[in-house]
Write a protein that binds this ligand. Sequence first.
Ligand code: AGP
Length: 385
Amino acid sequence: EQIMKGSYPHFMLKEIYEQPESLLQTMRGRVLINSQSENKTNALQIKSDVHLGGISQRLSDFKRSSRIIFVACGTSFHSCIAARQVMEELTELPVTIELASDFIDRRTPLFRSDVCVFVSQSGETADTLEALRYAKKCQALTVGVVNVVGSSIARITDCGVHLNAGAEIGVASTKAYTSQIITIVIFALQLSLDSRSKQVRRKEIHDALLALPALVKKTLTDLDEHMKAIAQRLRDNTSILLFGRGYQYATCLEGALKIKELSYIHTEGIHAGELKHGPLALIDENMPVILFASQDACANKVQNALHQLMARGGISNMIIIGTEGDSNLEAFRDKAQLVLVPQTVDCLQCVLSIIPMQLLSYHLTVARGLNVDQPRSLAKSVTVE
Ligand code: AGP
């Protein structure tokens, strides 16, 4: 086992640090370089800038579909939330996301024109598998986004994409999450390949994908010690709240799941738009709060949330996960803990902002003397309902 861990004390830390490479592997042969060019009249020539071999044969079926439904559990469910907005934006189709267990409970109506995407690291999760069988019965087009080659979900779906993230052994999912997000983003790029009106936006995302592994590496190097120090401060707390919205809503949910499943500290990820609808009552000077503030379309609304939280005394325990160069955050430098990640395109920012949360959950767990790779009561793959 120690040989497999290499120089790392735990699989989880190894897998966190593998992300620059796992993201590269997810993109290899799929996100193509030098794919667009401009001719003399400055018109954009559309050439393939992405290629997902596993679904390219079914593109005409995707074109006929009227909606896309993502189905998953746990961290995989969060990756769908993270990538939903860009899928909606680029395909202009309604995109819904279903927890596999709830989807089965409701026996939600499905049509032959529906595309159902099943996202799973292991490819063996019982609820996701049952939801897949149901979708097949309804004759929807089924797509797998799976890490483990040859797994049940990979075999049963009509077509799909492997994450190629490499084996993930720690129970807490880390590198699979970031690879899931970028796989769904590439999927959205593939589905909008011939949409002229989307080319400028597509190129922005395409170029940001290529730059992402280096930014993940920088984030890891810059923030590991910082998150370790924050973990020391938070280790004896009984509760932590995470707030964000837009592309960062998924980061709140996923960050909270990482912290609770590993450190056993009660942690909740809450949409910042919900603050006044109840959660604000939880905020006092003792409640640790983590707020995700990115320079995107939600920035002003997040600033409002920040002021509301500060007014309730949350400031002394406030951690802000922001982006480098955001002048709006300078005013908070002395008042809150600022954790800055590099800036990238809005829809990929969540890949960078989850890194400090992965590190925080890891260091909290070590600081509390708990089992990092095998938290109590949990299994890597949930093969029973
Ligand atoms: C997250 O850290 C968990 N291990 C868990 O939520 C996991 O993502 C969930 O059980 C789904 O697993 P899957 O991706 O293998 O389907």
